[in-house]
Design a protein. Structure first.
Length: 390
């Protein structure tokens, strides 16, 4: 299926909506039935019927069909946030007494789900360094029902060998879930590598405008229908029609945005590699990265996230560098126009809390600005940091 067709025509019946070029927003919570028989049919076929927007809505369905086509899966289901999608995908695969194997440093919300929420309900979780596939194999038990992957992972960008892990999992009847937000549906296709459920924080690249929250789970029709009838309908973390419309709008420009982000990121990374103020650039698309070959094998292109370790001795130096940046916004999320930083130093508190990563660690997201514009900003921030006493 051609990319242009998916983004601009798939699931869009313009003749049904007055030949409108932009798709409509079906901003309704309820759908009427003309007869008892029609209502009965809708109730008996709620996965496919427009009955109540907590279940199906035409605008939301349009988004789901497009994302499923991009990921190469039979179905997709949309949620009100990325964590709504992650939680539903995970909960759909486990019950009390089961065991989950998860990558060691997943996204913060997924980490809390694994370490704190699932154990409350009798689900055991083992966290492993996913860079070595043997760690997954050795951690698996008789009651293991799920492998949770995030490739690359947040902040440290560690990869897992998706094909090898999913092949092992399928032989043993273990389900696999992966967070594919980093790569976007354009640059990595986990379902083609054997993953059962592919999750996205649509807030990021799919939206692309920093103005909407959303999440997507993609998979087989059987798995998605099970989620629809259980975790989706019951927990209610659904996506609104208006937000679905915004995400469809974001999809229109996804290819051109991703190409721009990829190109600018390569330029900024090359600049940072030459700076004496940077001790290390952590990015799987550098030839000296230990997982470079795996990144090239699994992903079709680089995206806009990487981290650096500043060559700094004090927290004050790191803060001076970050506070001096004028064109990088300091914020948690990513995927929009604005280039961002997230300094680990912000997690260091006066009460003595220290995260597992060093205070010199800074995550970058490169947006759609000109590369020279961003590099000049980094240059002046480095100069101000260098003026700080050691």
């Amino acid at each position: 299926m051609e990319l242009s067709y998916i983004l601009n025509e798939l699931a869009e019946d313009r003749t049904a909506y007055f030949n409108a070029v932009a798709p409509p927003i079906m901003q309704t919570s309820n759908f009427a039935s003309r007869t008892v028989a029609e209502m009965r049919h809708k109730l008996q076929n709620e996965t496919e019927s427009d009955f109540y927007t907590r279940g199906n809505n035409p605008t939301v369905r349009m988004l789901e069909q497009k994302i499923a086509a991009l990921e190469g899966t039979e179905e997709a289901i949309a949620f009100g946030s990325g964590m709504g999608a992650v939680s539903a995908a995970v909960l759909s695969q486990v019950k009390a007494g089961d065991h989950v194997v998860c990558v060691k440093r997943p996204y913060t919300g997924a980490n809390k789900l694994m370490r704190h929420l699932l154990p409350r309900f009798g689900v055991e979780v083992t966290m492993v360094d996913g860079r070595e596939i043997q760690n997954f194999f050795q951690a698996a038990k008789e009651n293991t029902t799920l492998f949770y992957l995030e490739s690359p992972s947040s902040f440290t960008f560690e990869l897992q060998d998706i094909e090898a892990i999913t092949a092992f999992a399928r032989e043993r009847g273990i389900s696999t879930v992966i967070d594919n937000s980093f790569a976007s549906p354009l640059f990595q296709s986990p379902a083609a590598m054997g993953v059962d459920l592919v999750v996205h924080s649509a807030t990021k690249y799919i939206s692309g405008h920093g103005d909407v929250l959303g999440g997507i789970v993609c998979g087989s029709r059987e798995r998605i229908n099970r989620i629809f009838l259980s975790e989706y309908m019951t927990l209610g973390a659904v996506l609104s029609p208006h937000d679905a419309w915004l995400l469809v709008r974001g999809l229109r420009t996804l290819p051109i945005r991703m190409e721009r982000v990829a190109q600018t990121t390569r330029q900024v990374v090359a600049f940072l590699q030459q700076r004496k103020e940077v001790a290390e650039v952590i990015w799987p698309f550098l030839p000296n990265h230990p997982q470079y070959q795996l990144a090239r094998k699994q992903m079709r292109n680089n995206t806009g996230q990487f981290s650096i370790r500043l060559q700094a001795d004090t927290l004050e130096q790191v803060e001076t560098f970050c506070d001096s940046l004028q064109h990088f916004t300091m914020a948690a999320s990513w995927g929009g126009y604005e280039s961002l930083i997230f300094p680990v130093a912000a997690s260091y508190t006066s009460g003595g809390f220290k995260p597992s990563l060093p205070f010199t660690f800074i995550r970058f997201y490169i947006g759609l600005e000109d590369a020279e514009y961003l590099m000049r900003d980094l240059e002046q921030a480095f100069q101000k940091m260098n003026q700080q006493p050691f």
